[in-house]
Design a protein around this ligand. Structure first.
Ligand SMILES: Nc1nc2c(ncn2[C@@H]2O[C@H](COP(=O)(O)OP(=O)(O)O)[C@@H](O)[C@H]2O)c(=O)[nH]1
Ligand SMILES: [Mg+2]
Length: 259
């Protein structure tokens, strides 16, 4: 048991160190990374599609890197916006780590990219524990997932600078209790802004871009209740990469669909 925690502590400590270096490297290039995390199907890609278009419409060069266990479907969808897009296939790993992101940033995104949106692997557990060197961490949840999820996944919601509620066009049909959701979010992360959005109606898309550009301009962000994942974060063992247990994402797996 003690040994397992030691391994996790070492993995998280190493990741934090790499993430810090990556944050500095991105800043030196004038690029702000935005880490989007949620469970699968919450609507990350659907929201990112209009967000990429809206970011470009403000004259801000943006790119997107999207991670999945398999398929380049999301990259194909996102590339329709005209933004540079890269698909990362994680080879079975359920989250991105700073080293994975770093391995995909040689010569990419194009110089002058001001915002790099990173769509993490769909999962509310493991991605939460790994800092990717982002400036802005956004945790998303849809109205069909249940108001109690912030309480069930306190790390994912407790480390967010911004919480985005998605699919508000379905709010009535899902009988979603927004007041209960808000109370649960603020129990694990007091004061964190909550932004209602819908990729269907466009609600909140412009405001999300406002948040991103403010972060990119160095605005003071909400201070999350948790500053980093506890070293004893409750990671399933399968989340801790180790020799022979997981294949690291291979940069050569990446596809870069052209718009
Ligand atoms: N009604 C509605 N459906 C949505 C919305 N956003 C996404 N979806 C649907 O939810 C499903 C999952 O969306 P996707 O973007 O792939 O989720 P991801 O796995 O988080 O990237 C798809 O069938 C989308 O069409 C929304 O705002 N409203
Ligand atoms: Mg997706």
């Amino acid at each position: 048991m003690c040994r397992a925690i030691d391994v996790r502590q070492a993995v998280l400590a190493e990741n934090d160190m790499l993430a810090g270096a990556l944050r500095e490297e991105l800043a030196a290039h004038g690029t702000t990374a935005v880490n989007l995390l949620s469970s699968p199907g919450s609507g990350k890609t659907a929201l990112l599609e209009p967000v990429l278009t809206a970011t470009a419409a403000r004259g801000v060069p943006a790119a997107a890197l999207t991670a999945d266990l398999a398929t380049d479907h999301d990259a194909v969808r996102l590339a329709r916006s005209g933004a540079p897009v890269k698909q990362v296939l994680t080879g079975g790993l359920c989250h991105l780590e700073a080293s994975h992101l770093r391995s995909h940033l040689d010569g990419w995104p194009p110089p002058g990219t001001r915002v790099l949106y990173v769509e993490n692997v769909g999962n509310l557990v493991c991605p939460a524990a790994f800092d990717l060197g982002e400036t802005l961490r956004v945790t998303l949840m849809s109205v069909t997932e249940g108001e109690d999820k912030p309480l069930k996944y306190p790390l994912a919601f407790g480390l967010a600078h911004l919480v985005v509620l998605t699919k508000t066009d379905l709010e009535e049909a899902a009988a979603f209790d927004r007041a209960a959701f808000t109370a649960h979010v603020h129990r694990v992360n007091p004061g964190v802004p909550i932004l209602p959005t819908s990729a269907r109606t466009g609600e909140g898309v412009g405001t999300l871009v406002d948040h991103v550009l403010a972060a990119s301009d160095g605005a003071t962000l909400h201070r999350p209740a948790l500053q980093s994942a506890p070293a004893t974060a409750d990671l399933p063992k399968t989340c801790t990469p180790g020799p022979g247990r997981h294949r690291r994402p291979d940069p050569d797996d990446a596809t870069a669909p052209r718009p």
